[in-house]
Ligand binder design. Sequence first.
Ligand code: FMN
Length: 277
Amino acid sequence: MSKPLTVHGYTEEQLMEMKPDDLRAIFHERTHHTVEVLIYRILNGTRKMPEGFGVVAEHLLGIWKKRGLPLDPPDIRWCIRYIGLARRMRNGEEVELGPTPWESFTENEAETVERLILGRRSIRQFKPEPVPDEMIRRMLKAGLYAPHGCNVGCTRFLVLRDPEEQKLVRSDIPIENCVMIVVLQELSMYKTLRFDEYVPQNLYFDAAAAADHICLMAHALGLGSCWLTHGEETQRRLREHFNLSQTMTSRNHIIIGWPGEETIKSERMSLDEVILN
Ligand SMILES: Cc1cc2nc3c(=O)[nH]c(=O)nc-3n(C[C@H](O)[C@H](O)[C@H](O)COP(=O)(O)O)c2cc1C
């Protein structure tokens, strides 16, 4: 009799009982590591297809479906797409990836991106003018699309517009006339995968990448922003005020508004000084 399939040591029964977010993290991570990372090498002939290619991700999809969890969110559709490709490859069918949605930038576009990156600066005073909701959503989307370790997907946001709520967050500078985005993480997703033991640094990197993307998008929209950090006291207050789970942990916050100061862009060391070889 073949051994029942376990995923990261979890049996099917355990996966059936697990919090949906935690199962989703495993589903993302297994699709990423057991299909996405391998498939392109297999397709270009530099790697042999492993036995049972895609089976673990497909098993997780089966559990996801059995639990009646939604199949239409974009991250789940992404998993399903890879699972379908892996199944066809297992069956010896030819697979067509279709047109890639990725196109190189023109030189002009690349210069614009460079202008964005080199021109962004921290802005700490803002005009008393509201930031439209549509812009906030664009910044949040930029944050969500930041790279994140092992495709776990545990980044969450709070948008604080009310100055009283903003006082929950301890900052080292006065906070006025801005919207505040708090970057949080659902730690239970990391813990389920034991990433808090294996790659604890990723927790901080994930939040940092999201914050940086938000600051860049803010600059692209003509807004000013500043990334700020906070500690355990703020984490506790946000958890209590918003009734968040004990495992939902804030990492940093970004203040955003219409620039109310003309700042001299800070400079860095010369590139040659920081390249070590
Ligand atoms: C991890 C991190 C923590 C930061 N914390 C603060 C902070 O607590 N207060 C603050 O005014 N600025 C903070 N900043 C903004 C930095 O001071 C700023 O990015 C740096 O001085 C470079 O200036 P620039 O952003 O204008 O290029 C932080 C930035 C990062 C990346």
